[in-house]
Design a protein. Structure first.
Length: 228
């Protein structure tokens, strides 16, 4: 690197970590958080539904300069997916999935709160509601359909289409853990970039082969938002 390049890097580093303007966001007793981003499910959930999007809104109660309590509402939506049920006449079934959560997290700020760039970690329990709606143009009966991640499992025999169509929902306790960056450009706004891992157990289903499978949930929302 040239001397000018090294000098530019040094100046940028000093600017990034210098004291933030007065009225830093973490001095407020309460902050509002909003955000949106992409959600990347893991394991079987990703195989069924692919990537989705997320919207979040929350409140942060600042107990100490380095410690806060955060309450969030999180919505994750996923694009419609289609499965084909085998049989004499293959039948398409459309699946539409969403996951909503109420989260209760402890937030720990691990870099100086007065710098223009902060780092924080957070985690805690949550109440998770997952919903899968099924629709099909099929009529009469359908081949047996068993998919724990759609929260439905019928034996491998013909079943009335009305038994398959509709919405299935499960509500479970889980937890989340993650971290993020707090960027303070000034003007009383903090830009947040964060990622969290969410896990929930889900109901268990007995498959046609006699084995049991649990509809566990694994989601990683990556969110960009504002705190003010």
């Amino acid at each position: 690197m040239s001397r000018r390049t090294w000098l530019a890097v040094a100046v940028a580093s000093v600017w990034l970590f210098r004291a933030a303007p007065a009225g830093a966001q973490d001095r407020k007793p309460v902050n509002i958080v909003i955000g949106a981003g992409v959600t990347v499910p893991q394991a079987e959930v990703r195989e069924r539904f692919g990537n989705g999007y997320n919207l979040t809104a929350g409140i942060v109660f600042n107990i100490k300069p380095y410690l806060g309590l955060r309450v969030d509402y999180l919505y994750n939506g996923f694009p419609r997916q289609q499965v084909i049920l085998p049989g004499e006449t293959p039948t398409p079934v459309d699946l539409k999935h969403n996951m909503q959560a109420g989260l209760f997290d402890v937030v720990v700020r691990v870099m100086p709160r007065r710098s223009l760039l902060g780092v924080y970690v957070l985690g805690g329990p949550g109440v998770y509601s997952r919903r899968v709606s099924l629709s099909t143009p099929g009529t009469g009966t359908l081949p047996g359909f068993c998919d724990p991640y759609s929260f439905v499992c019928y034996p491998p025999i013909e079943v009335p289409v009305e038994d398959v169509k509709g919405a299935n929902r499960t509500t479970d306790i889980g937890f989340n853990v993650g971290g993020g960056l707090a960027i303070r450009p000034g003007g009383g706004i903090v830009v947040l970039v964060e990622a969290r891992y969410h896990y929930m157990r889900g109901p268990a289903f007995t498959l046609p082969d006699g084995t049991t499978q649990q509809a566990k949930g694994h989601y990683v929302p990556i969110t960009v938002g504002l705190r003010f």
